[in-house]
Design a protein around this ligand. Structure first.
Ligand SMILES: [Zn+2]
Length: 242
């Protein structure tokens, strides 16, 4: 049974309730979740699952299930703290994500969308953790100027425009390959449609991650460093300012 991904429609859900579908060796499968499973360069969420008897099951990571390990198709695994109590199948749990951590991930993730419009080059990789994020570009490193990237990215963020999620069909995406900037991450397809993040007049690209409602919520970024990670990977690492 596929886990219903509540964060896809509302990335600001901090709590919800869900039913236990299965308890696997690797983690707990629920019928629905607000926990983002690691993917598209964004780290998985942490938080807790609360039982009706008050017991707390700490969640240290969230991953997509792997059917080759007997886990459910299109489901999400909530990985508990070693030694935590295991819930019963069918039990209803209250879900709570570590919101300050997730919000930092959302701000940094959205900042990478904005930065990808300042550095015009194919994206060959990326990663978002709560304290910093990076994109790798296939570009001559001499063209990467940290001070310019910082200034232009922050100028776009200062426009304070709302972000929008839009869906297009697989066929529409196939007809517009220019929308795919990231060569290392496959667009989030499913049921014949693809999810896109649109930042009006700034960016439009397929993405299944979690984003802030308005880019103004990012605040500002600073470039931590720029370095070569190989012939086609010139890495720009950023952090939030405040
Ligand atoms: Zn995204």
């Amino acid at each position: 049974m596929a886990t219903s991904l509540l964060f896809r429609d509302d990335a600001y859900l901090k709590s919800a309730s869900a039913r236990v579908i299965a308890v696997h060796e690797r983690g707990i499968e629920l019928d629905r979740t607000i926990f983002y499973p690691q993917g598209g360069g964004q780290m998985g969420d942490s938080g807790a699952l609360l039982r009706a008897n008050g017991e707390r099951i700490g969640i240290i990571d969230t991953r997509k299930a792997d059917t080759s390990k007997g886990e459910g198709l299109d489901s999400v695994l909530h990985i508990s703290v070693p030694g935590a109590p295991a819930p019963e199948v069918g039990e209803t749990l209250a879900l709570e994500i570590d919101w300050p951590r997730r919000h930092a991930l959302m701000r940094l993730h959205t900042a990478l969308h904005v930065m990808s419009c300042v550095v015009v080059a194919p994206v060959t990789g990326g990663n978002i953790s709560p304290d910093k994020a990076r994109l790798d570009f296939d570009i001559d490193i001499s063209l990467l100027n940290g001070e310019r990237i910082e200034r232009e990215t922050n100028a776009l963020i200062a426009r304070g425009v709302p972000t929008e999620t839009v869906w297009i069909s697989d066929a529409e995406l196939d007809a517009r390959p220019e929308l795919i900037k990231t060569m290392s991450v496959q667009p989030p397809r499913g049921a014949g449609r693809v999810r896109l993040l649109r930042i009006p007049d700034i960016d439009l690209q397929p993405c299944g991650g979690t984003h802030v409602r308005n880019i103004g919520e990012i605040g500002a970024i600073r470039v931590l460093r720029i370095r070569s990670e190989g012939k086609r990977n010139k890495r720009v690492e950023i952090a939030l300012v405040g």
